[in-house]
Design a protein around this ligand. Structure first.
Ligand code: NAP
Length: 247
C-alpha cells in the first residue's frame, strides 16, 4: 500500500490512536499534518517522523473552531499541497450519570466530537472535489454500537459520527471521495488510562482477546480505508474491537 504523493491531516494526532495513525500514514509515504491542541507533543511527533525520513508538520488547531481549522488547512495546503486524506480523530471522552449531564457539558461533547467533523470536513472538501479523489475516515466509538452506561452524551455524539459518515458517503459517492468510520473499543491510550486508571488489566482479562486494543490496531484499519485499494468501500463502519462487540 502506497500513499506517496498524498497529503493527509490527522486530528488529535499528538497522542494515542491519532499518533499511531500519523506514523502509519507517514510510513506509507503520505505527507502528514499532525493537528492537536497540544502543540509541544505534536512537534515531538514531527521530530520523530522527520528523523525517520518521513514528511510531517505540526499544527496547533482546535477542531471545534472554524477559524482555526480554516487557517490550519491553508497552512497545510501551502506546505504539502491539496489535502487528499482527512482522519477526523480528535475527541473528548466523558463519564457522567445521566441526570448529572448538564446542557453545557452536552454541548461541549457534541461540539468537540461531532460538530468538529462538519467543520474539518467542510474545510478540506473543496481540495478533494477538485481532484476527484479523497478519503475521509472518522473515528467513532463502540459505545455508540453497544451502548455504555454513564456515557449517554459521549455515545450520542459518536452515534452522530456514524450517521454523519453514512449520509455524507451517500452524498459524495459519485465524486471519488469515500467516507468511512472506525469505532474503537477499549484501546490502550492516555484517554483510556485517564478514565479507567487501574482497571485496565481487569477489563482486558475479561475481554475476548484478553488484551486491550493497541493504537496500532486502529491505525492499520484507518490506513487501509485511506488507501487506493479501499476505493469501493464507503459509508462503512469497520469495527476494530478484538471481538468485544459484533453487529
Ligand atoms: P488521546 O490519547 O487522549 O488522544 C486524543 C488527542 O486529541 C489528544 O492529544 C487531545 O489533546 C486531542 N484533542 C482533544 N480535543 C481536541 C480538539 N478540540 N482539537 C484538537 N485536538 C484535540 O485519545 P485516544 O484514545 O487516542 O482517542 C482518539 C479518538 O478515539 C477519540 O475520538 C476517542 O473518542 C476515540 N475512541 C477512543 C477509545 C479508546 O478506548 N481509547 C474508544 C472509543 C473511541 P489534549 O490531550 O491536549 O486534550
Amino acid at each position: 500500500m502506497s500513499l506517496a504523493g498524498k497529503t493527509a491531516i490527522v486530528t488529535g494526532a499528538a497522542s494515542g490512536i491519532g499518533l499511531a495513525t500519523a506514523r502509519r500514514l507517514a510510513e506509507a509515504g503520505a505527507s502528514v499534518a499532525i493537528w492537536d491542541l497540544n502543540e509541544q507533543a505534536a512537534r515531538a511527533a514531527v521530530t520523530e517522523l522527520t528523523g525517520a525520513g518521513r514528511r510531517a508538520m505540526a499544527v496547533r488547531a482546535d477542531v471545534s473552531k472554524r477559524t482555526e481549522v480554516d487557517a490550519a488547512v491553508r497552512l497545510v495546503r501551502d506546505t504539502f499541497g491539496p489535502i487528499g486524506i482527512l482522519v477526523n480523530n480528535a475527541g473528548m471522552s466523558a463519564f457522567n450519570p445521566f441526570m448529572e449531564i448538564t446542557e453545557e457539558l452536552w454541548d461541549r461533547v457534541m461540539t468537540v466530537n461531532l460538530k468538529s467533523m462538519l467543520i474539518c470536513t467542510q474545510a478540506v472538501l473543496p481540495d478533494m472535489l477538485q481532484k476527484g479523489w479523497g478519503r475521509i475516515i472518522n473515528v467513532s466509538s463502540s459505545s455508540a454500537q453497544s451502548g455504555a452506561a454513564r456515557m449517554v452524551h459521549y455515545a450520542a455524539s459518536k452515534g452522530g459520527v456514524i450517521g454523519f459518515t453514512k449520509a455524507l458517503a451517500q452524498e459524495l459517492a459519485p465524486t471519488g471521495i469515500t467516507v468511512n468510520n472506525v469505532p474503537p473499543g477499549f484501546v490502550d491510550t492516555p484517554m483510556l488510562r485517564a478514565e479507567l486508571k487501574d482497571r485496565v488489566d481487569q477489563i482486558a482479562a475479561a475481554s475476548p482477546m484478553k488484551r486491550p486494543g493497541r493504537p496500532e490496531d486502529m491505525a492499520a484499519a484507518i490506513a487501509f480505508l485511506a488507501s487506493e485499494e479501499a476505493g469501493y468501500i464507503t459509508g462503512h463502519t469497520l469495527s476494530v474491537n478484538g471481538g468485544r462487540y459484533s453487529s
